[in-house]
Design a protein around this ligand. Structure first.
Ligand code: C2E
Ligand code: CA
Ligand code: CA
Length: 725
C-alpha cells in the first residue's frame, strides 16, 4: 500500500514538474515568436512611413535623382560617383571611397534615419539587382554589403525581390531558430514611382535598439508569466503538500491503529501473531528456543464494575506500562480486554524468564493510585517455552494458556510454567464440563446433609446441604472438582437452581420442623435481582418456612457489583432467610465486607480448624474471628471439626456452632431423622487448653450472657417457625 502511494506521489511530482517546464518553454517560444511578430510589424510600419517622411522633408526628389536610371555611360556622371560596374571590383570599391558605400546627401540620410527610427542606418548602397546574378568575384559591392551586414546574399536577393514585386520599400529581418531575430537587416528603398529604375538603394540597418527594447519587454513578460506560473505552482504544491502531509499523517495513524491497540499503544493481536510465527521460525532455524507469556489481569471485571470504565481504562494503561518496563526489549502485546502477551526471544532460558516474571510480579505490587483511589494490581501469568522443532504457534499459545489457568486456580497473582500434566488436567476439565451437561437431565446429582450443633447447649441446629455427583462411568466426583468447572463453564446456575429446589423440598418434608437447612450459593450463580426471585420460588414450591433457610455466600460475591448485591441480600434477608458468610479467612477477609452487610453467621473455614491447637498463629486467627463475631453480635460456625480437641478448643474460644465429621458426616435426607439431637461434649483437662484460646474472666461473663441471648433468640426463632407453620 505504502509503495503504491509513493509511486503515485512520485508520478504526480514528475507530471507537475514536466507541466511547469512545458509552460516555461511554451511561454518562452510564444514570447520569442510574439517578439518577432511585433518586430516585423513595427519594421514594416516604419517602412510605410518612409515615402511620407521623404516627401514631407522634400527628399523624394533627392532620392529619385540618386536612383535615376543611369546608363553605363552615365555612371560616371552620377552625382555620387558610384561606379557599379568596373573592370575590377577592387578598383570600384577604391573609387567608391567607402568600400562600396554610397554617399548620400545628408538631408536625405537624416530623413531616412528619421523614417526608419529607431533602427539605425549603418550604411547605404546603390546597387543594380542584376549584379546579384553574377559570381561573387565580380560583385565587390554586393560582397561589401553582405560582409558588413553579416547577412547572406540570398537574403539580399529576397529583400530586393520583395521590393520589386510590390514596388514598396521592403525589408527582411532574418529569423533564426525559435524566433530569434538578427539585429541587422536590409532595407530596400523603392518608392513606386521608381519602379522603372534599374538602381536600388539598399540600406544596412541595425535594429539592436528596438530589438533590445522588445527583448527587454519580452523578457519581462516571460519572467512575469513564468514567475506567475511558478508562484501558482509553488502555491499549489504548498497546498497539495499540506493535504499530502495530512494524508500521510492520517495514513500513518491508520497504519498505527491497524497494528496497535488504541488504549495502551501496545502492538495488537495481529502483530503478536506475526511476531510469534517469526520467532518460532527463527528459533527453529537456529535450533534455539523462545518463550511466550500470557498475562491476565485478575478480576478486571470487578475493577470496572466497582470503579467505572474510565478508571478501568487507566488501570489497563498502568498495567501495560509496568509490563513494558518489566519486559523491556521484548514484544509486549495486548490481545484483548485484560489479556496481554509477551514474546521472549533473546533470553528464553527458564531461570532468566522466571526472574523476569518474578520482577513483574514485584512491580505489580507497587501502589497504583488512580484519581485518589488506591487499586491493587493483580495479574496472573502462564509461561510456555518452545524448546524444539515440534512447537507450533497454536501449541505454544495453548500451553501458555493452560499455565495461566493453573495460576488462576492457584489463587491468582502468580505465574506458572506449563507442565505436561496440565494437558491431562485440561482434558479432565473438558470431560467434566461435557458430563455436567447431561447430569441434571439424567438425575445424576443428589444432596447430602451434614449436621450442625450448637456449642451452647450441644443440640442439633440444622444441616448444610452438600451436592453429590455420581457419574455413570467415572463414579463419585467431588464438588471441589466439578463446582469450579461448573462456575467457569456457566453451568453453575442450573446446578445451583436444582440444589435450591431439591434441598428446600427435602427439608420441608423433615418431621423436625426446628431443623434449619443451609445451602451454598456460589458467586458465579448469584444474579442480583434474580437470585431473590429464585429463592422465593423455591420457598413457595417447597412450602419451607423462610426462617429455616440459610444461604451461604463467600466474600468474592461482595467484591463485584456491591450495591446491587447488597440490595439483593437485603431482599433475601427481608423474606426471613438468614445469610451466612462462608469460608471466612480464606479470601480477602476484609472487614469491610463484614460491615457492608449484617450477616447472620460467619463460618470459619475448615482449613483453620484443621490446624487448631497445632499452630499458635492459626489459633490466633480463630480467636480473633470469634472475637470479631462476638463484637458484631454474629454467631460463629466452625466447620471441618474432626477431633475432640478441636471441639474443646473451639468452645473455649467462644465459638457458637460446630460442623464436622466428628459430629456427623454428610448423609441422605432419610438419615436426617435418625441423627442424634444432642451430642456429648468431650471432656478435657482445662489446664491443657492453650491460654490464648481461653476466654478471660470478662469474656467468660460475656460468654454466659451470649449463651443466654443465643438461647433466647433461638427460642424466639423456633416460635416464629411454629407460628408461621
Ligand atoms: P464448603 O461450603 O466449605 O463445604 C464444606 C465442605 O467440607 C464439604 O465438602 C464437606 O463435606 C466438607 N467437610 C465437612 N466436615 C468435614 C470434616 O470434618 N473434615 C473434612 N476434611 N471435610 C469436611 P464437599 O461436600 O466436598 O464440598 C466441597 C465444596 O463444594 C463446598 O465447600 C462448597 O464450596 C462446594 N459445594 C458443595 N455443595 C455445593 C452446592 O450445592 N452448591 C455450591 N455452589 N457449592 C457447593
Ligand atoms: Ca458451605
Ligand atoms: Ca469451607
Amino acid at each position: 500500500m505504502a509503495s503504491v502511494s509513493q509511486t503515485n506521489n512520485f508520478m504526480a511530482f514528475i507530471t507537475t514538474t514536466a507541466a511547469v517546464v512545458v509552460v516555461a518553454f511554451t511561454t518562452y517560444l510564444a514570447f520569442n515568436y510574439g517578439k518577432g511578430w511585433v518586430f516585423k510589424k513595427e519594421v514594416s510600419e516604419s517602412l510605410l512611413k518612409v515615402p511620407r517622411v521623404l516627401s514631407d522633408l522634400n527628399q523624394t526628389k533627392t532620392l529619385k535623382a540618386l536612383l535615376a536610371d543611369t546608363s553605363q555611360d552615365a555612371a560616371d556622371e552620377s552625382p555620387f560617383g558610384l561606379r557599379l560596374q568596373s573592370a575590377s571590383p577592387e578598383e570600384t570599391i577604391a573609387d567608391a571611397g567607402l568600400s562600396g558605400q554610397t554617399e548620400i546627401p545628408q538631408p536625405l540620410k537624416r530623413a531616412l534615419n528619421q523614417a526608419l527610427s529607431p533602427a539605425k542606418i549603418l550604411n547605404q548602397y546603390i546597387i543594380d539587382p542584376t549584379e546579384l546574378e553574377k559570381p561573387t568575384s565580380e560583385t565587390p559591392v554586393i560582397n561589401a554589403i553582405t560582409s558588413e551586414s553579416g547577412l547572406s546574399r540570398q537574403l539580399l536577393k529576397e529583400t530586393l525581390q520583395l521590393a520589386e514585386g510590390t514596388g514598396k520599400t521592403a525589408t527582411v529581418p532574418d529569423t533564426f531558430w525559435m524566433g530569434v531575430h538578427s539585429a541587422r537587416a536590409f532595407v530596400v528603398i523603392n518608392p513606386t514611382e521608381m519602379v522603372t529604375s534599374n538602381k536600388r538603394l539598399v540600406l544596412v540597418v541595425d535594429h539592436t535598439m528596438f530589438l533590445s527594447k522588445l527583448d527587454y519587454m519580452s523578457k519581462f513578460g516571460f519572467i512575469a508569466i513564468v514567475g506567475f506560473a511558478l508562484l501558482s505552482f509553488t502555491l499549489a504544491t504548498f497546498l497539495m503538500w499540506g493535504r499530502f502531509k495530512d494524508r500521510i499523517k492520517a495514513s500513518k495513524e491508520i497504519e498505527f491503529l491497524a497494528h496497535h491497540d488504541a488504549l495502551t499503544g501496545l502492538p495488537n493481536r495481529a502483530v503478536f501473531s506475526a511476531h510469534l510465527n517469526e520467532a518460532l521460525r527463527v528459533s527453529q532455524v537456529k535450533a534455539g528456543n523462545m518463550a511466550v507469556i500470557l498475562c491476565d489481569v485478575d478480576k478486571f471485571k470487578d475493577i470496572n464494575d466497582t470503579h467505572g470504565h474510565g478508571i478501568g481504562d487507566i488501570y489497563l494503561q498502568i498495567v501495560a506500562e509496568r509490563l513494558k518496563s518489566s519486559f523491556e526489549g521484548h514484544l509486549v502485546a495486548r490481545l484483548s480486554g485484560d489479556e496481554f502477551a509477551i514474546i521472549l526471544t533473546t533470553i528464553s532460558d527458564i531461570g532468566k524468564v522466571t526472574l523476569l516474571a518474578g520482577r513483574m510480579m514485584d512491580l505489580a505490587k507497587e501502589p497504583c493510585v488512580i484519581e485518589g483511589r488506591s487499586i491493587p494490581i493483580s495479574i496472573s501469568m502462564g509461561i510456555a517455552r518452545a524448546s524444539d522443532a515440534h512447537w507450533r504457534t497454536s501449541s505454544i499459545l495453548h500451553c501458555a494458556d493452560l499455565a495461566l489457568y493453573a495460576s488462576k486456580h492457584a489463587g491468582r497473582a502468580t505465574f506458572s510454567w506449563y507442565t505436561p500434566e496440565m494437558d491431562a488436567e485440561a482434558k479432565k476439565r473438558k470431560e467434566i464440563e461435557k458430563g455436567l451437561k447431561a447430569a441434571i437431565a439424567q438425575d445424576q446429582f443428589s444432596v447430602l446433609y451434614q449436621p450442625q450443633y450448637s456449642l451452647h447447649d450441644n443440640t442439633l441446629r440444622g444441616f448444610e446441604a452438600l451436592i453429590r455427583w455420581e457419574h455413570p462411568t467415572k463414579g463419585y466426583i467431588s464438588p471441589e472438582v466439578f463446582i469450579p468447572v461448573a462456575e467457569d463453564s456457566g453451568q453453575i446456575e442450573a446446578i445451583g437452581d436444582w440444589v435450591l429446589q431439591h434441598a428446600c423440598k427435602e427439608a420441608a418434608n423433615w418431621e423436625n420442623r426446628n431443623l434449619r437447612i443451609a445451602i451454598n450459593v456460589s458467586a458465579a450463580q448469584f444474579i442480583p435481582g434474580v437470585t431473590e426471585q429464585k429463592i422465593a420460588q423455591a420457598l413457595k414450591n417447597s412450602r419451607l418456612e423462610p426462617h429455616r433457610l440459610e444461604i451461604e455466600i463467600t466474600e468474592s460475591l461482595l467484591i463485584s457489583n456491591t450495591d446491587m448485591v447488597i440490595e439483593t441480600l437485603n431482599n433475601i434477608s427481608a423474606m426471613g432467610v438468614s445469610i451466612a458468610m462462608d469460608d471466612f479467612g480464606t479470601g480477602y477477609s476484609s472487614l469491610s465486607y463484614l460491615s457492608r452487610f449484617p450477616f447472620d453467621k460467619i463460618k470459619i473455614d475448615r482449613s483453620f480448624v484443621k490446624e487448631l491447637g497445632d499452630d499458635p498463629r492459626t489459633d490466633a486467627v480463630v480467636a480473633s474471628i470469634v472475637g470479631l463475631g462476638r463484637s458484631l453480635g454474629v454467631p460463629i460456625v466452625a466447620e471441618g471439626v474432626e477431633t475432640e480437641e478441636q471441639i474443646i478448643l473451639l468452645q473455649a474460644a467462644g465459638c457458637d456452632i460446630v460442623q464436622g465429621y466428628l459430629l456427623g458426616r454428610p448423609g441422605t435426607s432419610k438419615n436426617v431423622e435418625n441423627i442424634k439431637l444432642v451430642f456429648e461434649m468431650p471432656s478435657m483437662d482445662p489446664t491443657t487448653i492453650p491460654t490464648h484460646l481461653q476466654l478471660g474472666e470478662q469474656q467468660r461473663a460475656q460468654e454466659a450472657q451470649a449463651d443466654e441471648d443465643f438461647e433466647e433468640a433461638d427460642e424466639l426463632e423456633n416460635e416464629n417457625i411454629r407460628t408461621s407453620a
